[in-house]
Design a protein around this ligand. Sequence first.
Ligand SMILES: Nc1ncnc2c1ncn2[C@@H]1O[C@H](COP(=O)(O)OP(=O)(O)OP(=O)(O)O)[C@@H](O)[C@H]1O
Length: 495
Amino acid sequence: MLEMKNITKRFPGVTALSNVSLTLKPGEIHSIVGENGAGKSTLMKVLNGVYQASEGNILIDGKIVTPRGTRDAQKLGINIIFQEFSLVPYLNAVENIFLGREIRTIGGFLNKRKMQQIAQQTLNNINVSIPLNVPITHLSVAEQQFVEIAKALAFDCKYLVLDEPTATLTPKEANKLLSVMRRLKEKNIGCFYISHHLEEVFEISDCISCLRDGEYIGTYPTADISEDEIITHMVGRSLEHSYPPKRTQDLTQNPIALNVKKLVDINGNENSFEFHVGEIVGIAGLVGSGRTEMCKAIIGAYPYKHKDIYLDGEPINFTHPADALEQGVGYLSEDRKKHGLFLNFSIKDNITISSLKSLLNKSYFVSKKKIEEKSLEYVKQLGIKTPSIDKVVSELSGGNQQKVIIARWLLTRSRLLFFDEPTRGIDVGAKLEIYNTIQTLANSGVSVVVISSDLPEIVGISDRVFVMREGKITANLVGDDINPETIMQYATGGK
Ligand SMILES: Nc1ncnc2c1ncn2[C@@H]1O[C@H](COP(=O)(O)OP(=O)(O)OP(=O)(O)O)[C@@H](O)[C@H]1O
């Protein structure tokens, strides 16, 4: 049995964990839930030896162990799979699995055959079949995740931690991952599972532990607790609704904000559509259906063959996102680390960087005071958990990083905003705050486009929904037609 006893972890200015105790038995799936910044990832990094606990102990089978880093933890049978993989993109699955731990022949040469055999066997054990001999950069995110799991299992893993593994997976891939976890359970491997997707947590876990503000709230057998009760433990209050009440007026009567008369993508797919003032339009579709590419082409961040677009009746041809920003069109990117944040900049710089022109003082210099005032306002409005707006963004929890980018786009006071997967990695309470913010923006006349793989989210917040399949808009849904079944039919070609 693995035990974490009375773990406290302090960072300068923050107590990330305070006296937290958890256990993990072989063959158990133990979920850890909590709001953004509750301390889930930090606890797992302490377990992994990435961080040393300020107080408290880790015990395996009653003996205190002190992993000093990932390798140490692996030797103890503890492996963690984070959302950002530790794989080398240009090596294949076998090379990645054995990287730094290669098996050699007696003569000292790489024993490729043996490594291939073990890799294949390990993947067979969890019922996964993936090409072994191509660079893993050619594999899907889900397949790369299976390589990560195989990398752990090939070396006597007893305890596996999965930190938000399904955040970037399609529903089908997420199901496959859950079935792999069931296989691991049969093999007597204990799993800590961190996720904001409570349906998955309830489907897969034996028990659920809740953290709030770095404090341990409790551990509950899944069979004895409801989703609402868990939410109350997480947030400290009950949430009656997951979405703001739907607006009932016909917003397509409003003037057209953006009129895409013709947009032809690099594969020759042609679409035409419009967004109205104050409308929330959801764009649904399977991963790879071309949603992000279509919207990025509008703002000049993705190649296209032809475009004929009008903003408030005036022809526009953005060749760069900066042109779009200049005209009041913003884009919140789905990959916050690659295309959104300046990770080494402070929270206040990240929030204000796209609005500096509106933050000048009387002498036309950027006003530090205004930067601080505005940053503080949005940190408060979105509930960004931080001791200071000067904190470097890379030190924030994942969900709080996402809120920083949302704050940036809110501050730009754009008239049209694209939100690409806005609530990925965001906890339930904060999701509702973001939906409320989106609705308030729309009520004030901003057109909001939400690209999301989360179907309930699309259904819950959109006034109108476009469904995309293979680069083309296959449906423009309103009213009762905005439901998961109809959307899926159009997304998969069933209609
Ligand atoms: N390296 C660090 N330096 C300073 N503070 C940190 C560091 N890592 C984490 N923290 C702080 O510790 C707290 C807990 O963060 P953690 O990443 O564990 O939260 P989490 O529960 O995993 O959140 P999320 O659901 O958003 O991923 C946060 O306030 C975060 O800002």
